[in-house]
Write a protein that binds this ligand. Structure first.
Ligand code: NAI
Ligand code: MG
Length: 474
């Protein structure tokens, strides 16, 4: 059984004052695999106090000292790699190889990216007649979700440490085990007491206390747009910086000139992997009318070949979704799609055959979708792909941009140049051309209700820095 009932504050594992403990559920088996405590504002106060007192010293560490610390964290992280991967599989259902490589690998990726960013970023420059320096923003509150848990923790903690900030992390209450292991990694690497603190708990409790806390200078949040708005509201009175990495409904524009089979297969695969639980998932596939039937058939084949299953089964392509609540939400949206007139081309409601236990969802493709349907507008966060026809490229661009979200976009064309022309017209923070993967050094974040600020690499580091202009020094 995993034990997440203690918080890590000022370099010690301490009992949660909050007192209430909750089950951690394995979504593949519905079995209880551990307990997590929900802290309350007193736990947050202790953690913030520790982070405030550590800030004085840690913020003065030289770049080299911070680089050395990050290198030690890399080694300590590698030493716990398999345990972290196993925890992620157990608590959120990622297939074992996917958890080992993509999920856990992304943690190492962000640690390395923070090192590279700190080496690259100019912390001092001349602007006008003045010297401009960049300093750590202060004490940071970090709130992370369950879908890419170690990715999101690492892409906040690593740059915060690189910047010279101290911090309090509240990880997802649904997937708290990897966060506990990560705190152990930081402890083993010799992160000084108080620099990194972990408080377990839920959003309305610990998350809201952090967001409104006088002692916190910046909130970095990843999760739903709903909760991101609440964080910003709670943060407003204290005028802290708020960065938000929120939901998405990303369009995948397949151009007439694209290699259709490759583009559709890759797009469908990108949506299904991690069981559709990625903020940047290409959930709306936009296809020329003339190729619509073919595209639907290819996507349906891809769905049929995508096997849901247990994380440890070598045949598994995708695991379950994370919780019963998410399962129910996804089922409700599949029903809404059918009621509003979209047609199921693959998958559909209910559980896959033979997987009655566990929160497994059938990889689903909807055809005859129009962009105003609920399934084309709401973030489903499950393996449910919508395919929408377009008559010309202007219509495709208009539909792609007709969303309250603006996280990512995908364009596949016959040439990079052609795809690039469309990419320039998308109101999104990121665009992937012709199947290009994410880039750990490129800024990750969104337009519109997908958030504010950028994570990853140099720009991710900049978000944790404050700017000071010094006149008369140059
Ligand atoms: P959520 O947004 O409630 O949870 C994510 C994190 O926010 C957790 O750590 C949670 O404790 C925290 N949180 C919740 N309410 C908060 C509050 N008032 N103040 C501060 N922190 C708060 O997401 P949930 O309920 O787990 O999933 C619901 C939907 O949200 C999903 O179906 C998906 O559409 C979206 N989502 C999007 C994510 C993304 O990366 N874009 C990640 C997780 C969820
Ligand atoms: Mg929630």
């Amino acid at each position: 059984m995993y034990d997440c009932t203690k918080n890590y504050i000022n370099g010690e594992w301490v009992d949660s004052i909050g007192g209430s403990t909750h089950d951690i559920i394995n979504p593949s088996t519905e079995e209880i695999i551990g307990r997590v405590s929900f802290g309350k504002s007193e736990d947050v106060d202790l953690a913030v106090k520790a982070a405030q007192s550590a800030f004085g010293q840690y913020s003065q560490w030289s770049v080299n000292q911070r680089l050395e610390l990050l290198e030690k964290i890399v080694s300590a992280f590698k030493a716990r790699w398999d345990e972290i991967a196993a925890a992620i599989s157990s608590e959120m259902g990622a297939p074992a190889p996917f958890s080992l490589r993509a999920q856990t690998g992304s943690g190492l990726g962000h640690l390395r990216a923070a090192i590279a960013a700190l080496q690259e970023l100019k912390l001092e420059e001349s602007i006008g007649k003045s010297t401009v320096i960049r300093e750590p923003v202060g004490v940071c509150g970090l709130i992370t979700p369950w879908n890419w848990p170690i990715n999101q923790i690492a892409c906040k903690v690593a740059p915060a440490l690189a910047a010279g900030c101290t911090m309090v992390l509240k990880p997802s209450e649904i997937a708290p085990v990897n966060a506990t292991l990560f705190a152990e990694v930081l402890d083993a690497a010799g992160v000084p007491a108080g620099v990194f603190n972990l408080v377990h708990g839920d959003g309305p409790g610990v998350g809201a206390s952090l967001s409104s806390h006088e002692g916190i200078d910046m909130m970095s949040f990843t999760g739903s747009t709903r909760a991101g708005v609440l964080v910003a509201r709670a943060a407003a009175d204290t005028v802290k910086r708020v960065t938000q990495e929120l939901g998405g409904k990303s369009a995948n524009v397949i151009l007439e000139s694209a290699p259709l089979k490759e583009a559709v297969t890759s797009g469908a695969h990108n949506l299904f992997h991690n069981s559709g639980q990625s903020c940047n998932a290409p959930s709306r596939m936009l296809v020329p009318e003339s190729l619509y039937g073919q595209a639907v058939a290819i996507a349906a084949e891809t769905a049929a070949a995508t096997r849901p299953g247990h994380p440890d089964d070598p045949e598994t392509d995708i695991g379950p979704v994370v919780s019963e609540a998410q399962f129910e939400k996804i089922q409700g949206l599949i029903e809404a799609g059918i009621e509003e007139g979209a047609k199921v081309a693959a998958g559909g409601p209910g559980k896959p055959e033979g997987l009655e236990t566990g929160y497994f969802v059938r990889p689903t493709v909807f055809r005859d979708v129009n962009n105003s349907m609920t399934i084309a507008r709401e973030e489903i966060f499950g393996p449910v792909l919508c395919i929408i026809p377009y008559s010309d490229i202007d219509e495709a661009v208009a539909m792609a941009n007709d969303s309250e979200y603006g996280l990512s976009g995908y364009v596949w064309g016959g040439s990079t140049e052609e795809a690039m022309q469309v990419a320039r017209r998308l109101r999104t923070g990121m665009v992937h051309l012709n199947g290009a993967p994410t880039d750990v050094m490129a800024p990750f974040g969104g337009y519109k209700k997908s958030g504010n600020g950028r994570e990853w690499g140099v720009m991710g580091l900049e978000d944790f820095l404050e700017v000071k202009a010094i006149m008369g020094a140059a």
